[in-house]
Ligand binder design. Structure first.
Ligand code: NAP
Length: 341
């Protein structure tokens, strides 16, 4: 049977939140290889909030993909053809070719994976982009002291749960913020955080006051939006903040209406001497080997716990992605398994 390469491409830039009609499924020939190249078949696709930024028309200033390009993002694949001596047929690799059945590479952008060290799926989660993001923001960006209170937003998510657990391992008192009673229970009972706050609860502000009697010394921000103005009132002098992401506004093309918190934030930054730093992983990938060396034992021996949710079928990629933003996402790392064999 002749092979073809399915791709979920960007059909139009979203107007507001992304929707199914922003994507178009196309088929093309499987790439053919030259000397030095490999062709691999993708078996696992990572689903990540930052992919919304690749689509354009939102709050991000991140470079976007072109209309007609396959959606970008990390994958795990298996080498099917090789004319590169570094790769053999059957090797497992992590790539960045996004939502398509097959990828072509000269190997320079591939990471070889060893399934005897950790499950292949972890290369998309705790031992991939999400773990690396948490580790960089908790380790390299700021030198968080092993005392005081760390607050992590999006704490039940892939990056947030890793960052929160790193905080615990570093000796901080850790308070997670997440949406819903189930996620709060998960943070306290499964991840062992010291406290957790449900930002969707009617008594959210009371929960914040109760959980932060000594204020905030370290802050790992994944979410943004209306939760932040409540939390920022609790910053202690010289508090350190890692700005990792603001998933709540990725689809916004205009500033929100309502109270303008900017002057208050400037006042807090000024008089409490906040130390705010931001980063983007593509610019700091040189530290990835250091991350893997530190994180692999933490993940494989269970000191860092992680959750995964697998969805079957290449066709499901766009609808699975939309679940990140519609409130139905459990917080576990979403991974789509390819049905192409
Ligand atoms: P995630 O936390 O698993 O993302 C989904 C979660 O975000 C949802 O389960 C939901 O949790 C929360 N959420 C979604 N829409 C929201 C809204 N409107 N308001 C509040 N919360 C909302 O995703 P992740 O992969 O771990 O990424 C976390 C953050 O890291 C994202 O902002 C992402 O863009 C960022 N990131 C940054 C870098 C970098 O280089 N700086 C790299 C990778 C990721 P609740 O139910 O708890 O609300």
């Amino acid at each position: 049977m002749p092979k073809f390469n399915r791709q979920h491409t960007l059909a139009v830039r979203p107007q507001g939140p992304a929707k199914l009609s922003d994507f178009k499924l196309v088929e093309s020939a499987v790439p053919s290889l030259d000397d030095g190249q490999v062709v691999f078949r993708n078996t696992l696709f990572s689903i990540d909030p930052y992919q919304r930024n690749l689509m354009g028309n939102g709050s991000s200033e991140w470079p976007t993909i072109d209309i007609g390009d396959p959606m970008g993002g990390p994958t795990v694949g298996i080498v099917e053809e090789s004319r590169n001596p570094e790769f053999a047929i059957g090797d497992h690799v992590q790539s960045w070719v996004g939502w398509q059945d097959y990828g072509l590479s000269d190997g320079s952008d591939l990471r070889k994976l060893d399934p005897t060290v950790a499950p292949l799926s972890t290369a998309l989660g705790p031992l991939g982009l999400t773990g690396f993001t948490a580790w960089y923001g908790m380790t390299k960006l700021h030198d968080f002291k092993p005392s005081g209170t760390l607050v992590v937003t999006g704490a039940a998510g892939s990056v947030g749960s890793f960052a929160a657990q790193l905080g615990k391992l570093r000796g901080l008192r850790v308070v997670g913020v997440a949406g819903g009673a189930d996620k709060v229970a998960y943070l306290k009972n499964k991840l062992g955080l010291d406290d957790a706050i449900d930002y969707k609860a009617s008594d959210f502000k009371e929960q914040v006051a109760r959980a932060l009697p000594g204020g905030i010394d370290a802050f790992f921000e994944n979410v943004g939006g209306p939760v932040f103005p409540v939390l920022m009132e609790h910053f202690n002098p010289h508090a350190k903040m890692t700005l990792c992401g603001t998933i709540s506004d990725y689809s916004d093309t205009e500033l929100p209406t309502g109270t303008n918190y900017l002057p208050r934030l400037i006042t807090i930054i000024h008089y409490r001497f906040l130390d705010i730093k931001a980063f983007a992983t593509p610019y700091v990938m040189d530290t990835f080997p250091e991350f893997l060396a530190e994180a692999t034992p933490l993940v494989t021996d269970g000191r860092i716990k992680y959750g995964e949710e697998f969805v079957d079928g290449f066709d499901t990629l766009p609808e699975t992605f939309l679940r990140l933003f519609d409130g139905s996402h459990s917080g576990r790392k979403l991974i789509v398994r390819n049905d192409r064999t």
